[in-house]
Design a protein around this ligand. Structure first.
Ligand SMILES: C[S@@+](CC[C@H](N)C(=O)[O-])C[C@H]1O[C@@H](n2cnc3c(N)ncnc32)[C@H](O)[C@@H]1O
Length: 424
C-alpha cells in the first residue's frame, strides 16, 4: 500500500480525479490511500495567513516558510519515514523511471505550491523537487494529481494486466507503437496488414520497428538514452543514412572544361577518416579510369589487409568504409543494394546560387527519416552542371568572410560533415 499525503490550500480540487476509474478502484482495494492536509491548519494568527509579499519587490505573493515547515516536521514525526516532495517547475522532470522509483515508497508527502511559489528556504526541508514538464501551472495541485496517477498505476495490483505496463510508452525508454481497433477500414484508412496476419513474430517485429521509428521522429532525445540492441543502435545513429561519393568525372578544370581528375592518396585517407568520425555509412571513390581504380584499391587493400592493417588499426577502420566504382550510377546502385531504396542525391558546390539547400535543412532531413542520402563531392574545379541537374538538392556553399573560396575537397568534407552530423 502506498500512502500519499498532500499539503495544499485547495483540498477540494482532488475530489473528482480521485473518485473515478483506476484511482478510485486503487483506493477501494487498499493499494493506495490519499490523505489531504490543509496548510491553513499549520498557519497561526487570526487570519491563518500562508503567503506574504516577496522581498525585493515584484508581482504576486510568496508562500511563507513557517506553515509549510511546520507541516513537514509534523508529518515527518507522525509518518513512517515519508519521502517529502515539493512540486515545482525547478524540480527534475518526472519520468517513467522516476515514477517507478516512487512506486516503491510507502509514504509520499506532496507539497503543492501556489502564487509565485514557496519561500526558497522550504527547499532544505524536502527530499525531492519534481516538475511535471516545462511549463508553468497556477499551482502544484494538478502536478500532484499527475504524479499520483503516474505512480499509482505502477503500484502492484492497481493495473490488472502487468503486460500492458511493459509495452507502454516510456516502459523501455521508447514511445509505444501505434494501436488500432475495429473497423478494419475507416474512411479509406486501413489497419496495417501485418496486424491482421495472425503472425505473432511479424507483429512483434513490426511493433518494435514502429516504436523505434516514432521515437526517432518525435523524440530523438529519448532514442539516444534508450536500451537498443547493437544492430538497432547502428541503424539509428546519426549518419547511418548518409553516404559520400568523391566524383572524379565529370568535373570542371580551371578553364571550365569537363575533365577527369586524378585519384589522390590524401583524399581517400582524409575523407575516410572524417567519414568514420561522423558515422557516415559508406564512402565511394568514383573514377572511370581503370588504372586509377586499381590505385585506389591498392591503397585500401594496404590499410585493410596488408601491412598497414597491423601498423595502424584505426586507419583500417576508416578505410573499410571505402568502395570504388566507375560512375555515379554505380554508387546509386550500391546504396540501393545496401538499403533497398534509391538514395536522394545531394550535390555540393562552392558556387552560390538560388534554390540551394541550407545545412540546417539537410541536417533535419537526415534526422527526420531513414531514407538514404548520397552526398556528392566534386574534385578539380567542381561537379559538372550535368551532375548538379541530376541531384534532388544542391547544398549551400561553405563561405568564409573573404573573396577567396578554394577549400580542398578534404577540408570542405570535414566542415560539411561537422555541420550535418557534429554534436551540438
Ligand atoms: C505559478 S507557479 C510558481 C512559478 C514560479 N514563480 C516560477 O516562475 O518558477 C505556482 C506553483 O505551481 C506549481 N507548479 C507550477 N508549474 C509546475 C510544473 N511544471 N511542475 C510542477 N509543479 C508546478 C508549483 O508548486 C509552484 O510553486
Amino acid at each position: 500500500m502506498l500512502q500519499f499525503t498532500i499539503i495544499t490550500l485547495f483540498r477540494g480540487m482532488f475530489s473528482s480525479p480521485l473518485s473515478h476509474s483506476i484511482l478510485k478502484k486503487a483506493q477501494e482495494n487498499g493499494w493506495i490511500a490519499v490523505r489531504l492536509v490543509d496548510l491553513r491548519d499549520y498557519a497561526t494568527g487570526r487570519h491563518r495567513v500562508t503567503d506574504d509579499y516577496p522581498y525585493g519587490g515584484g508581482h504576486g505573493m510568496v508562500m511563507k516558510p513557517e506553515p509549510l515547515i511546520r507541516a513537514i516536521e509534523d508529518l515527518r514525526a507522525r509518518l513512517d519515514r515519508p519521502r517529502v516532495i515539493l512540486l515545482s517547475p525547478h524540480g527534475k522532470v518526472l519520468t517513467q523511471p522516476e515514477a517507478h522509483k516512487l512506486a516503491q515508497e510507502k509514504e509520499l508527502v506532496l507539497i503543492c505550491g501556489r502564487y509565485e511559489g514557496v519561500d526558497d528556504r522550504v527547499k532544505s526541508f524536502v527530499d525531492d523537487e519534481f516538475s511535471i514538464g516545462d511549463y508553468t501551472l497556477s499551482g502544484g495541485e494538478l502536478a500532484a494529481m499527475v504524479l499520483i496517477d503516474a505512480v499509482a498505476r505502477l503500484v502492484p495490483g492497481v493495473l490488472g494486466n502487468i503486460q500492458s505496463l511493459a509495452e507502454e510508452s516510456f516502459a523501455d525508454g521508447l514511445l509505444e507503437y501505434p494501436q488500432y481497433t475495429r473497423p478494419e477500414e475507416y474512411r479509406g484508412m486501413r489497419v496495417p496488414e501485418v496486424l491482421l496476419s495472425g503472425d505473432h513474430e511479424r507483429v512483434k517485429s513490426w511493433r518494435r520497428d514502429m516504436s523505434l521509428q516514432m521515437t526517432r521522429e518525435r523524440r530523438p532525445d529519448l532514442l539516444r538514452r534508450a536500451d537498443l540492441s547493437t544492430e538497432e543502435r547502428r541503424r539509428f545513429r546519426a549518419g547511418a543514412n548518409l553516404y559520400l561519393a568523391l566524383v572524379h568525372h565529370p568535373v570542371y578544370d580551371k578553364n571550365g572544361q569537363i575533365v577527369t581528375t586524378a585519384v589522390t592518396n590524401m583524399d581517400i585517407h582524409d575523407i575516410a577518416r572524417s567519414a568514420r568520425t561522423y558515422g557516415v555509412r559508406r564512402f565511394y571513390v568514383l573514377t572511370p579510369v581503370k588504372p586509377l581504380q586499381k590505385l585506389a584499391l591498392k591503397i585500401i587493400h594496404h590499410w585493410e589487409e596488408g601491412y598497414g592493417s597491423q601498423y595502424n588499426e584505426t586507419r583500417k577502420e576508416a578505410l573499410s568504409l571505402v568502395g570504388v566504382g566507375d560512375t555515379l550510377d554505380d554508387a546509386i546502385l550500391e546504396v540501393e543494394r545496401d538499403c533497398g531504396v534509391k538514395p536522394r542525391l545531394v550535390a555540393t558546390t562552392a558556387r552560390p546560387g538560388q534554390d540551394r539547400t541550407s545545412f540546417a535543412a539537410l541536417k533535419d532531413m537526415l534526422k527526420e527519416d531513414l531514407h538514404p542520402y548520397l552526398l556528392l563531392l566534386g574534385t578539380g574545379w567542381g561537379l559538372a552542371e550535368t551532375v548538379l541537374a541530376q541531384c534532388d538538392y544542391i547544398l549551400e556553399p561553405i563561405e568564409g568572410d573573404s573573396d577567396y573560396n578554394h577549400l580542398s575537397v578534404r577540408s570542405a568534407t570535414a566542415i560539411i560533415l561537422d555541420r550535418l552530423l557534429g554534436k551540438e
